[in-house]
Write a protein that binds this ligand. Structure first.
Ligand code: SF4
Ligand code: SF4
Ligand code: SF4
Length: 288
């Protein structure tokens, strides 16, 4: 019996190089092609993926990774893609060229994170010194390109958004198979369920900060981050963006007893929420 086992093992070892090379090529050709590309950003959303560790590696074994410069330095072949993930803001001419090319190459384009989706922290400069902001970094600012910060969807069509600053790695793993399926079969794109941060906050057993007159945007913000901020006693500042059913008017009325209008506005600038709130108000006030 022992000898038979050894024989089977030897045969398997002998077959492996022949089978694996051909099968691997065939299997590789069938895999969906993806790219994870960064524009101007802190790269924190990409690191949120790497932080997944083995789970990320396992998920990537089902795809052909064409570009992800945090993991490999092979040249992108410039060919067709099934799903492209884009992090950061298109700030420079080179960023915009990359983005437009990526859109042309991809069946599905997904934005990763608050900067790409909402302008993020860099958008603060739109509300204040604009082109003058660079003077805090460089002594001579003549000739330095500093344009208004605009989100990715100002330049190309976006199919899906993974929100947050940074994104939630587990959410990436949850939606990746659905996005790949949509790209491969034409099935309709998934949607993130419209639920406020409060749902996870309550499930995590937190006492509501509003009860202690501490400001929190949770009720109007899209959940899915496991309420990481409120779990640590910090109010939600809205990095995942407004919920489709979020009620800005009710939120503002609640917070009026805790913070001034100016403080409210300043907080909405942290994650690029201010222009979305202005848009919401324009839409809802004109409907009244
Ligand atoms: S969304 Fe946040 S973590 Fe992601 S690139 Fe922008 S600043 Fe960095
Ligand atoms: S602390 Fe914020 S997120 Fe939590 S229940 Fe209260 S309002 Fe909602
Ligand atoms: S609690 Fe609010 S600010 Fe914090 S990660 Fe979640 S959505 Fe972003």
């Amino acid at each position: 019996m022992e000898n038979q086992n050894i024989k089977i093992k030897i045969q398997a070892e002998e077959l492996k190089p022949i089978v694996s090379e051909e099968v691997l090529k065939f299997e590789e050709a069938k895999k969906p092609k993806i790219a994870i590309v960064s524009l101007t950003s802190c790269e924190g959303c990409q690191f949120a993926l790497l932080d997944l560790g083995v789970k990320f590696v396992e998920a990537m074994s089902n795809v052909e990774m064409v570009d992800f410069r945090l993991l490999e330095d092979l040249e992108d072949d410039g060919g067709k893609l099934d799903v492209a993930f884009v992090e950061g803001n298109p700030m420079t001419a080179a960023n915009k060229k990359t983005l437009l090319e990526l859109r042309k190459r991809s069946k599905i384009l997904v934005v990763l994170g608050n900067c790409a989706a909402m302008g993020g922290i860099p958008e603060i400069r739109n509300y204040h010194e604009q082109k003058q902001t660079v003077k805090h970094v460089y002594k001579y600012i003549q000739g330095i390109e500093t344009e208004e910060v605009k989100e990715v969807d100002n330049f190309v069509d976006v199919d899906f958004t993974l929100p947050g600053c940074p994104i939630t790695g587990e959410e990436f793993l949850e939606y990746l198979p659905m996005l790949l399926e949509s790209a491969m079969t034409g099935k309709s794109l998934p949607e993130i369920v419209d639920k406020p941060v409060c749902i996870e906050c309550k499930a995590n057993g937190n006492r509501c900060l509003l009860l202690d007159k501490k400001p929190c945007f949770g009720p109007m913000i899209l959940g899915g981050c496991n309420s990481v901020c409120t779990n640590s006693g910090m109010g939600c500042q809205g990095c995942r963006g407004l919920r489709p059913a979020g009620n800005v008017k009710a939120m503002k009325a609640t917070l009026k007893t805790m913070i001034s209008d100016e403080e409210f506005e300043n907080t909405t600038e942290i994650y690029g929420l201010r222009d979305d709130i202005e848009e919401w108000e324009k839409k809802h006030n004109s409907n009244q």
